[in-house]
Design a protein around this ligand. Sequence first.
Ligand SMILES: [Zn+2]
Ligand SMILES: [Zn+2]
Length: 345
Amino acid sequence: MRAVSYVRNNTVEVQEKPVPEIEADEVLLKVSGAGLCHSDLHIIAGGDDSPLVGSTLGHEVAGVVEKTGDAATGWDVGDSALVALVLSCGECDKCLAGRDNECEVASPRGSLAPLSPGIGSPGGMAEYLAVKTHHLDPLGDLDPATSAPLADAALTPMHAVNSVRDRLVGGATVVTIGIGGLGHVGLQILSATTGARIIALDTDKDKVDYAASHGADVALVSDADAASRIMEETNGRGADVVLDFVGVQPTVDLALSVIGVGGAIRFVGLGGGKFTYDADSSALPWGVNIERSYGGTRSDMREAVALVQQGKLHVETTKYSLDDAARAFDDLRDGKVSGRIVLVP
Ligand SMILES: [Zn+2]
Ligand SMILES: [Zn+2]
């Protein structure tokens, strides 16, 4: 089968690899689509000696069951399925507490990222993938090709929003930064499921326009005046919640400069931004809660899929043939695509 392999620093190639054998508790999924994420660019920038060199990429995967293992109950040939982002064990204390995105087995302290398809386990940018049934979620009538990005691009913002849901009541203000792959989904989730007033920002004018027509109460170009505009919009109080889907230095600085007393910041994007905590400074207001948000739980996943099925959430996608993977990576790096790229085998 054809599979997109990380061959050396910043380089992917479509290679011929064997169709995987399945274990008794697995299905063979015929991949319908695999989303291409900014973190894939991050992964392949890991150099020529990364432990992931040689592996098949792709952590947003959906497809159709082609074959079932002897103990793979609950799934039939022809069923559409979405593959979990985190290949959690299902049995550790975190998994049993419903925090499977922090699974102690899949995500030991110090790991680059939890074990996922395409990150330590074969990924979905291929014609076939072997998946354990407990890592599959049903898609029903949804198109599995365009649903692939739900595994991360919808899961991750769903989790970030759910982690601050009790704060997003009527009268609260949420600032959401970045209207790209994850951010445009986060905006729709905020709009569809919370009563908060939404201030959305992006550096790209087209994305600001998208935000204005997809649920933002205030849509701003993220420039040098953004922080003062947000403070004006919140009557000097600052925001109750800031979601940073970008994580570059200007957005990290913006999040910290507009968060209100007792507010919550969720850093989601991995753009290389940094901040220093100063215990004696009033720069960070009292009571602020900061979380480095990762992925989401299986419950978040089910909730995001349900929103799509109800027509309340739509992930913008652009399809590329799997054979054009190298071009797709280049186009994503060059910012040439709108919506999430889906590679179709
Ligand atoms: Zn991702
Ligand atoms: Zn676990």
